[in-house]
Design a binder for this molecule. Structure first.
Ligand code: MHF
Ligand code: KIV
Ligand code: MG
Length: 273
């Protein structure tokens, strides 16, 4: 059976709208999407942010990491997502190797914005990425930072591990978040840190913080679509909840997720570190 034709007529959300949501303490519900059909369901369910994540390398392409994903891959999926979704703010991941210097990063980011129809690009890490972020923001490309667990660092870290465990490591995550914000990021993803550190970073920053495994006190939450549907093949991280269970349909699962984020029922302690 086909879904009945429906349309979302709400005006598109913008990056400044996300800042307003933080100020009004309205939780931001975000998900990843990789194609038009589920992106359209997300618009109908009121998802605020859709990330075309390099997680597609794992859940779509079947790789064991995000490292093989290219700008062309993100572009292909971003174009498909844009055909399905009009309301959500669409963010494109800058994949591994796409930011060797500010000029090359700008060229890649401008394509993801202009050809991929996205409003913002997301860059993992601080350090050498700070001048890259400054360069893009100065040229009017909105940037979302990403600190804590950065999956593109997996060869260095040796696995996807909880970050900011010790006082010293927590200080480093906070310092990285501050530096990325000071470089001009208008949004932050904070991944896989203890809930207390998630709260600390969210209070320390002035831009919205979207957590994934960072506790309930962030300004918003993001999960990978395949994880909320329970169809990802890798071992499920602690922060993942299957929202299809008990929801009956993919549309129902997305709605249940949005409602749980908006009412701050997700994540609970069972899905936090
Ligand atoms: N399906 C999917 N979901 C994701 O959230 C995701 C991807 N893929 N691919 C890219 C990255 C990789 N991510 C991951 C993957 C595994 C863990 C994980 O298993 N973490 C351990 C931490 C244990 C510890 O150090 O104490 C966990 O048990 O939660 C976390 C984030 C998040 N991203
Ligand atoms: C998990 C999110 C934050 C991400 O970067 C991705 O899906 O690639
Ligand atoms: Mg990513």
């Amino acid at each position: 059976m086909y879904a009945e034709p429906r349309e979302v007529r709400a005006t598109p959300l913008t990056v400044p709208d996300l800042m307003r949501m933080r100020v009004e303490r309205q939780p931001i519900a975000a998900l990843t999407a990789y194609e038009a059909s589920t992106a359209a369901l997300m618009d109908l369910a009121g998802v605020d942010v859709i990330l075309i994540g390099d997680s597609l390398g794992m859940v779509v392409q079947g790789h064991r990491s995000t490292l093989p994903v290219t700008v062309e891959h993100i572009l292909y999926h971003a174009e498909a997502v844009a055909r399905g979704s009009q309301r959500a703010v669409r963010i494109a991941d800058m994949p591994f190797g796409s930011c060797p210097d500010p000029q090359t990063a700008y060229r890649n980011a401008a394509r993801l914005i202009a050809e991929g129809n996205t409003a913002m690009v997301k860059i993992e890490g601080a350090g050498v990425m700070l001048p890259v972020i400054e360069y893009l923001v100065a040229r009017d490309i909105p940037v979302c930072g990403h600190v804590g667990l950065t999956p593109q660092s997996v060869l260095k870290t040796g696995g996807y591990k909880l970050q900011g465990r010790t006082d010293e490591a927590a200080e480093q995550v906070l310092a990285n978040a501050r530096a990325v914000q000071n470089a001009g990021a208008a949004l932050m993803v904070l991944e896989c840190v203890p809930a207390g550190l998630g709260k600390l970073v969210t209070e320390a920053l002035s831009v919205p913080v979207i957590g994934i495994g960072a506790g309930v006190d962030c300004d918003g939450q993001i999960l990978v679509l395949h994880d909320i549907l329970g169809i990802a093949t890798r071992r499920r991280p602690k922060f993942v909840r299957n929202f299809l269970d008990g929801s009956g349909s993919i549309q129902g699962a997305i709605r249940t997720y949005v409602d749980a984020v908006r009412s701050r029922q997700f994540p609970d302690s069972e899905h936090s570190y």
